[in-house]
Design a protein around this ligand. Structure first.
Ligand code: OGA
Ligand code: MN
Length: 217
Protein backbone atom coordinates (compact mmCIF):
# COMPACT_ATOMS: atom_id res chain seq x y z
CA UNK A 1 0.00 0.00 0.00
CA UNK A 2 1.38 3.39 -0.88
CA UNK A 3 1.89 6.00 1.75
CA UNK A 4 -0.27 8.80 0.57
CA UNK A 5 0.28 12.36 1.69
CA UNK A 6 -1.96 14.15 -0.77
CA UNK A 7 -4.14 17.03 0.33
CA UNK A 8 -7.45 17.80 -1.28
CA UNK A 9 -7.17 21.52 -1.89
CA UNK A 10 -10.34 23.56 -1.53
CA UNK A 11 -11.20 26.71 -3.40
CA UNK A 12 -9.65 29.73 -1.78
CA UNK A 13 -12.22 32.51 -2.33
CA UNK A 14 -9.64 35.27 -2.26
CA UNK A 15 -7.17 33.61 -4.59
CA UNK A 16 -9.65 31.48 -6.60
CA UNK A 17 -7.11 28.66 -6.72
CA UNK A 18 -7.72 26.49 -9.75
CA UNK A 19 -8.71 22.88 -9.19
CA UNK A 20 -8.36 20.73 -12.26
CA UNK A 21 -11.76 19.09 -12.88
CA UNK A 22 -10.10 15.72 -13.45
CA UNK A 23 -8.65 15.76 -9.96
CA UNK A 24 -12.07 15.12 -8.44
CA UNK A 25 -12.37 11.72 -10.11
CA UNK A 26 -8.65 11.03 -9.56
CA UNK A 27 -9.16 11.64 -5.84
CA UNK A 28 -12.30 9.47 -5.79
CA UNK A 29 -10.35 6.61 -7.34
CA UNK A 30 -7.32 6.97 -5.07
CA UNK A 31 -9.30 7.54 -1.85
CA UNK A 32 -11.48 4.48 -2.37
CA UNK A 33 -8.36 2.46 -3.24
CA UNK A 34 -6.72 3.48 0.04
CA UNK A 35 -9.86 2.70 2.01
CA UNK A 36 -10.82 -0.61 0.42
CA UNK A 37 -7.87 -1.87 -1.69
CA UNK A 38 -10.13 -1.44 -4.73
CA UNK A 39 -10.57 2.05 -6.07
CA UNK A 40 -13.79 2.77 -7.95
CA UNK A 41 -14.68 6.00 -9.75
CA UNK A 42 -18.02 5.97 -11.54
CA UNK A 43 -17.38 8.66 -14.12
CA UNK A 44 -13.67 8.39 -14.70
CA UNK A 45 -14.17 8.30 -18.48
CA UNK A 46 -16.49 10.92 -19.89
CA UNK A 47 -19.63 9.61 -21.56
CA UNK A 48 -18.27 10.74 -24.92
CA UNK A 49 -14.88 9.05 -24.51
CA UNK A 50 -16.47 5.87 -23.27
CA UNK A 51 -18.78 5.82 -26.29
CA UNK A 52 -15.96 6.50 -28.79
CA UNK A 53 -13.78 3.74 -27.33
CA UNK A 54 -16.74 1.38 -27.48
CA UNK A 55 -17.23 2.27 -31.15
CA UNK A 56 -13.53 1.64 -31.79
CA UNK A 57 -13.80 -1.73 -30.13
CA UNK A 58 -16.88 -2.66 -32.15
CA UNK A 59 -15.06 -1.72 -35.37
CA UNK A 60 -11.97 -3.74 -34.40
CA UNK A 61 -14.18 -6.71 -33.63
CA UNK A 62 -16.01 -6.36 -36.93
CA UNK A 63 -12.67 -6.22 -38.76
CA UNK A 64 -11.52 -9.35 -36.88
CA UNK A 65 -8.66 -7.45 -35.25
CA UNK A 66 -9.50 -8.63 -31.74
CA UNK A 67 -7.37 -11.67 -30.92
CA UNK A 68 -7.88 -14.38 -28.33
CA UNK A 69 -6.01 -13.37 -25.19
CA UNK A 70 -3.25 -15.63 -23.88
CA UNK A 71 -2.18 -16.35 -20.35
CA UNK A 72 1.28 -16.02 -18.85
CA UNK A 73 4.17 -13.79 -19.86
CA UNK A 74 3.73 -11.80 -23.05
CA UNK A 75 1.20 -14.31 -24.29
CA UNK A 76 3.99 -16.80 -25.05
CA UNK A 77 2.00 -19.48 -23.32
CA UNK A 78 -0.83 -20.35 -25.70
CA UNK A 79 -4.39 -19.41 -24.96
CA UNK A 80 -6.00 -21.58 -22.36
CA UNK A 81 -9.74 -21.55 -22.81
CA UNK A 82 -10.20 -23.08 -19.38
CA UNK A 83 -8.69 -19.95 -17.78
CA UNK A 84 -9.90 -17.06 -19.92
CA UNK A 85 -11.93 -16.60 -23.07
CA UNK A 86 -11.74 -12.87 -23.79
CA UNK A 87 -10.35 -11.18 -26.92
CA UNK A 88 -7.97 -8.24 -26.85
CA UNK A 89 -6.33 -5.52 -28.94
CA UNK A 90 -3.55 -3.25 -27.63
CA UNK A 91 -4.00 0.54 -27.74
CA UNK A 92 -1.10 2.49 -29.19
CA UNK A 93 -0.41 6.19 -29.80
CA UNK A 94 1.03 5.08 -33.14
CA UNK A 95 -2.51 4.33 -34.31
CA UNK A 96 -3.08 8.11 -34.42
CA UNK A 97 -6.61 7.52 -33.24
CA UNK A 98 -8.10 10.62 -31.68
CA UNK A 99 -9.97 8.73 -28.97
CA UNK A 100 -7.15 6.36 -28.03
CA UNK A 101 -4.96 9.44 -27.72
CA UNK A 102 -7.57 11.13 -25.47
CA UNK A 103 -7.52 8.03 -23.32
CA UNK A 104 -3.71 8.12 -23.13
CA UNK A 105 -3.83 11.86 -22.30
CA UNK A 106 -6.18 11.06 -19.42
CA UNK A 107 -3.86 8.31 -18.20
CA UNK A 108 -0.82 10.59 -18.47
CA UNK A 109 -2.67 13.06 -16.27
CA UNK A 110 -3.66 10.38 -13.81
CA UNK A 111 -0.18 8.87 -13.58
CA UNK A 112 1.30 12.34 -13.04
CA UNK A 113 -1.20 13.00 -10.26
CA UNK A 114 -0.67 9.57 -8.69
CA UNK A 115 3.10 9.90 -8.71
CA UNK A 116 2.92 13.40 -7.26
CA UNK A 117 0.47 12.61 -4.50
CA UNK A 118 1.39 9.02 -3.62
CA UNK A 119 5.08 8.76 -4.64
CA UNK A 120 4.25 5.67 -6.70
CA UNK A 121 7.11 5.98 -9.21
CA UNK A 122 5.08 4.76 -12.17
CA UNK A 123 7.14 5.03 -15.35
CA UNK A 124 4.94 3.43 -17.98
CA UNK A 125 1.73 1.65 -18.80
CA UNK A 126 0.02 -0.68 -21.27
CA UNK A 127 -3.66 -0.91 -22.14
CA UNK A 128 -5.77 -3.16 -24.32
CA UNK A 129 -9.37 -3.24 -25.42
CA UNK A 130 -11.05 -6.38 -24.11
CA UNK A 131 -14.14 -8.07 -25.41
CA UNK A 132 -15.86 -10.90 -23.58
CA UNK A 133 -18.36 -12.50 -25.94
CA UNK A 134 -21.48 -14.04 -24.43
CA UNK A 135 -20.42 -16.98 -22.24
CA UNK A 136 -16.85 -15.72 -21.71
CA UNK A 137 -15.05 -15.42 -18.36
CA UNK A 138 -11.64 -15.07 -16.73
CA UNK A 139 -10.98 -17.41 -13.82
CA UNK A 140 -9.48 -16.29 -10.51
CA UNK A 141 -5.95 -14.91 -11.00
CA UNK A 142 -3.34 -12.31 -10.05
CA UNK A 143 -2.17 -9.77 -12.67
CA UNK A 144 1.51 -9.82 -11.80
CA UNK A 145 3.64 -12.40 -13.56
CA UNK A 146 5.94 -14.55 -11.46
CA UNK A 147 8.94 -13.77 -13.69
CA UNK A 148 8.20 -10.07 -14.23
CA UNK A 149 6.97 -7.74 -11.51
CA UNK A 150 6.71 -4.55 -13.61
CA UNK A 151 2.91 -4.43 -13.39
CA UNK A 152 2.13 -2.38 -10.29
CA UNK A 153 -1.50 -1.30 -10.60
CA UNK A 154 -4.39 -2.70 -12.61
CA UNK A 155 -6.83 -0.22 -14.13
CA UNK A 156 -10.00 -1.26 -15.90
CA UNK A 157 -12.49 1.12 -17.53
CA UNK A 158 -15.81 -0.33 -18.62
CA UNK A 159 -17.66 0.60 -21.78
CA UNK A 160 -21.05 -1.09 -21.30
CA UNK A 161 -24.19 1.02 -21.29
CA UNK A 162 -27.43 -0.33 -19.78
CA UNK A 163 -25.80 -3.22 -17.91
CA UNK A 164 -28.26 -5.06 -15.64
CA UNK A 165 -27.70 -7.73 -12.98
CA UNK A 166 -28.96 -10.53 -15.26
CA UNK A 167 -26.15 -9.70 -17.71
CA UNK A 168 -23.63 -11.14 -15.20
CA UNK A 169 -20.01 -10.49 -16.13
CA UNK A 170 -19.14 -8.90 -12.80
CA UNK A 171 -15.56 -8.35 -11.78
CA UNK A 172 -15.32 -10.45 -8.62
CA UNK A 173 -12.59 -9.30 -6.20
CA UNK A 174 -11.41 -11.81 -3.62
CA UNK A 175 -10.63 -9.94 -0.40
CA UNK A 176 -9.21 -11.83 2.61
CA UNK A 177 -12.59 -12.68 4.10
CA UNK A 178 -15.12 -11.57 1.54
CA UNK A 179 -15.80 -11.16 -2.13
CA UNK A 180 -16.83 -7.95 -3.86
CA UNK A 181 -18.75 -8.02 -7.15
CA UNK A 182 -18.44 -4.99 -9.38
CA UNK A 183 -20.74 -4.49 -12.36
CA UNK A 184 -18.96 -3.41 -15.58
CA UNK A 185 -20.96 -0.22 -16.12
CA UNK A 186 -19.93 2.32 -18.71
CA UNK A 187 -17.61 5.07 -17.49
CA UNK A 188 -16.65 3.21 -14.32
CA UNK A 189 -12.95 2.71 -13.63
CA UNK A 190 -11.54 0.22 -11.14
CA UNK A 191 -8.00 0.43 -9.71
CA UNK A 192 -6.07 -2.02 -7.53
CA UNK A 193 -2.61 -3.35 -6.83
CA UNK A 194 -1.70 -6.00 -9.43
CA UNK A 195 0.32 -8.22 -7.09
CA UNK A 196 -2.14 -8.20 -4.23
CA UNK A 197 -5.73 -8.89 -5.16
CA UNK A 198 -6.98 -12.08 -6.71
CA UNK A 199 -9.93 -11.47 -8.99
CA UNK A 200 -12.02 -13.07 -11.72
CA UNK A 201 -14.53 -12.13 -14.37
CA UNK A 202 -17.78 -14.03 -13.91
CA UNK A 203 -19.46 -15.53 -16.97
CA UNK A 204 -21.05 -12.78 -19.00
CA UNK A 205 -24.46 -13.23 -20.59
CA UNK A 206 -23.86 -10.62 -23.24
CA UNK A 207 -20.91 -8.91 -24.93
CA UNK A 208 -18.81 -7.16 -22.26
CA UNK A 209 -16.36 -4.43 -23.25
CA UNK A 210 -13.55 -2.63 -21.46
CA UNK A 211 -10.18 -0.99 -21.73
CA UNK A 212 -7.91 -2.84 -19.34
CA UNK A 213 -4.34 -2.08 -18.46
CA UNK A 214 -1.48 -1.81 -16.05
CA UNK A 215 0.63 0.99 -14.62
CA UNK A 216 4.24 -0.17 -14.58
CA UNK A 217 7.56 0.63 -13.02
C1 OGA B 1 -7.71 -8.91 -16.70
C2 OGA B 1 -8.88 -8.80 -15.79
C3 OGA B 1 -11.00 -7.82 -15.26
C4 OGA B 1 -12.20 -7.17 -15.89
O1 OGA B 1 -7.82 -8.60 -17.88
O2 OGA B 1 -6.63 -9.30 -16.20
O3 OGA B 1 -8.81 -9.32 -14.72
O4 OGA B 1 -13.10 -6.76 -15.12
N1 OGA B 1 -9.97 -8.10 -16.18
O5 OGA B 1 -12.27 -7.07 -17.10
MN1 MN C 1 -6.78 -9.55 -14.09
Amino acid sequence: MCLCFYVVKTLNPTKQAYIHPLHTSFNTLINSFIENKVGIAENFLSEALSLHLKENLATLYGDQQMKAAGTGNNNIIPRDNAIRSDMIYWLDRKHNDEHENSFFDLMDNFVGFLNETCYTGITGYEFHYALYEKGSFYKKHLDQFRSNDSRQYTMISYLNTNWVKEDGGELCIHHDNSVENISPMSGKTVFFKSSELEHEVLVTNKARMSVTGWLKS
